[in-house]
Design a protein around this ligand. Structure first.
Ligand code: ATP
Ligand code: MG
Length: 560
């Protein structure tokens, strides 16, 4: 990945140290999603970190599905996760793994723990286990089943596996220390009965290993050298190390925690995103307003812009919220380089050029990118009836308005100077229906030979030679920077205007053959991408990816 600067951070320093001290020769990392939802930008941070480190140190990064909870996991999530990781630009080659691949070995590890008197079958109910566990300030109490004999534990555990008991009747617990100040060490549950079929192992198992037991052992089985995870696992690290220490595993991976990504005006938790989808606040996991990778891809974000963003925000141990403007700038900069320029009008106002002969057309050359000659030119058709942006005309313009008004002259991009001669209004509503102008034939291409200047340049499309389109304008999904501030229910803070659809837009004819996902700069307006789900040749639908300027930054400054 050339475009991202390889910034230093504390995890890299640890790795460099481990290599220098000859502790490790080949770095192996992993990205371990739970297939219970779509990936979001926070996951992108973890993907870029894990695959990025492997890449930088000539190591490997595995993709491993942490699929230990069959009740919540679905194939569609597995498929989408693979698609998203590939889209971001990373390759796990032949190293696609599933925690469920290890169920047999995990079972054997559990048996090994029992034999070492480090695990026991507990028959307390869930509620009782919670009561016995104690609190942050009071120690826990030993389960009355803690001293079962090894033989009894082995027998019960095997019968749990055979399906002789109901969900919740027994669990397998690690035997550690009920008085530990770290609650995770108070005899955590490592296996539970769950009579649910698994997407991969089907009905082979009715007991499933818990996350804390599975994760460290899967890491060890795969020979992971550095197991990078988010800060909430810091308190689980003693358990991670304890389990590995008890068992005869191929290696002892080093767990290192870093801060999660939090982004202003959005939420980043699969569970909460699922609520937005299920309760139909948004139209699916790939709704362009969501921070899911599927959503921002559909909105028109590029993988390069996301990688750049992840590299800009860096890796640290300190939780923080990222200003949305940082993300928006990344996509703006990327599309500024790449997106071909075209003209489109969002709120069309008809303009008639009265000294242009009826039926006559002219093909004008327009640049596809103002700085990049190699991107070439295209023809745009000029004719007697055109559309301009309604906003670009004012009947009584204030001082600083340099666009069109009665008697004023402006430039039509790539075309001619025009002067406004007349306004035609709707008799009933008084709304401006059309504007009558004249053009100056000497100004072809947009320059006056006599050197006279105009202050405004407007974009436009030909009436007959443009195509209708719908445009979806997106705004922030939430009204508050932190939608959960002061324990708010985040759904109360949804921005009711996060999606506005404009139904009567017009775009230049050259877009007739554009395909799903193609992105353009509509001159003066922003970047727009053809919706990959709903757009069709009969009805073009664009998503506005991002405006040309950070209009919010301006608003913020004013406020302060
Ligand atoms: P969520 O709370 O959204 O469900 P998760 O941590 O439960 O997230 P997993 O599928 O378990 O989701 O995550 C896979 C990997 O991505 C984990 O290593 C996790 O630490 C990391 N990850 C998840 N969310 C973030 C985030 N916001 N920032 C950085 N890394 C994240
Ligand atoms: Mg999780």
């Amino acid at each position: 990945m050339e475009e991202e600067k390889k910034a230093a951070h504390f995890i890299k320093n640890i790795i460099i140290n481990d290599i220098e001290n000859k502790k490790i020769s080949k770095i192996i990392t992993r990205f371990p999603p739970e297939p219970n939802g779509y990936l979001h930008l926070g996951h992108a941070k973890s993907i870029c970190l894990n695959f990025g480190i492997a890449d930088e140190f000539s190591g490997e990064c595995n993709l491993r599905f942490d699929d230990t909870n069959p009740a919540k996991e679905e194939q569609k999530y597995i498929d989408s996760i693979m698609e998203d990781v590939k889209w971001l630009g990373f390759d796990w080659e032949d190293r696609l793994f599933h925690a469920s691949d290890y169920f047999d070995r995990l079972y054997d590890f559990a048996v090994e723990l029992i034999k070492k008197n480090r695990a026991y079958v507990c028959s307390l109910s869930g509620d009782e286990i919670r009561q016995y566990r104690g609190t942050l300030t009071t120690p826990g109490r030993n389960s009355p089943f803690r001293n079962r004999s090894t033989a009894e534990n082995l027998d019960l555990f095997e019968r749990m596996k055979k399906g002789e008991f109901n969900d919740g009747e027994h669990v397998l617990r690690a035997k550690i220390d009920m008085s530990s100040p770290n609650i995770n060490m108070r005899d955590p549950i490592i296996y539970r009965i769950k009579k649910t079929a698994h997407p991969r192992t089907k009905d082979k198992w009715c007991i499933y290993p818990m996350y804390d037991f599975t994760h460290c052992l899967s890491d060890a089985i795969e020979g992971i050298t550095h197991s990078l995870c988010t800060l909430e696992f810091e308190d689980h690290r003693p358990l991670y190390d304890w389990i590995i220490d008890q068992l005869d595993t191929p290696c002892h991976p080093k767990q290192i925690e870093f801060a999660r990504m939090n982004l202003d005006f959005t939420i980043m938790s699969k569970r909460k995103l699922n609520i937005l989808v299920e309760k139909k606040y948004v139209k699916g996991w790939d709704d362009p307003r969501l921070p899911t990778l599927a959503g921002i891809r559909r909105r028109g974000f590029t993988p390069q812009s996301i990688r750049k963003f992840c590299s800009l925000i860096g890796i640290s141990k300190k939780e923080s919220r990222i200003d949305l403007g940082v993300l928006e700038n990344c996509i703006r900069e990327d599309l500024n380089e790449k997106a071909p320029r075209v003209m489109g009008v969002l709120n069309p106002l008809k303009l008639i050029i009265e000294n242009w002969p009826e039926g006559q057309i002219e093909e004008l050359d327009a640049m596809n990118h103002p700085q990049k000659k190699e991107m070439g030119t295209r023809k745009v058709i000029f004719s007697r009836e055109i559309f301009i942006e309604r906003e670009d005309f004012m009947e009584n313009p204030p001082k600083k308005f340099f666009r069109l008004g009665p008697g004023r002259e402006v430039r039509l991009r790539y075309a001619y100077f025009i002067t406004c001669r007349k306004i035609v209004k709707d008799d009933n509503t008084g709304e401006i229906k059309e504007i009558i102008c004249t053009y100056d034939p000497a100004t072809r291409g947009g320059d006056a030979p006599d050197g006279r200047k105009v202050k405004g340049t407007l974009h436009w499309v030909s009436g007959q030679h443009s195509i209708p389109a719908k445009v979806r304008l997106y705004d922030r999904l939430f009204l508050k920077e932190d939608p959960e501030e002061a324990n708010d229910d985040f759904t109360d803070n949804i921005n009711p205007e996060s999606l506005v659809t404009l139904d009567n837009c017009r775009v230049e004819k050259s877009l007739e053959n554009a395909g799903a996902g193609d992105t353009f700069q509509f001159e003066r307006l922003g970047y727009f991408c053809i919706d990959s789900r709903d757009s069709s040749p009969d009805q073009l639908i664009f998503n506005r990816t991002i405006t040309l300027r950070d209009t919010w930054a301006k608003l913020k400054k004013k406020k302060h």
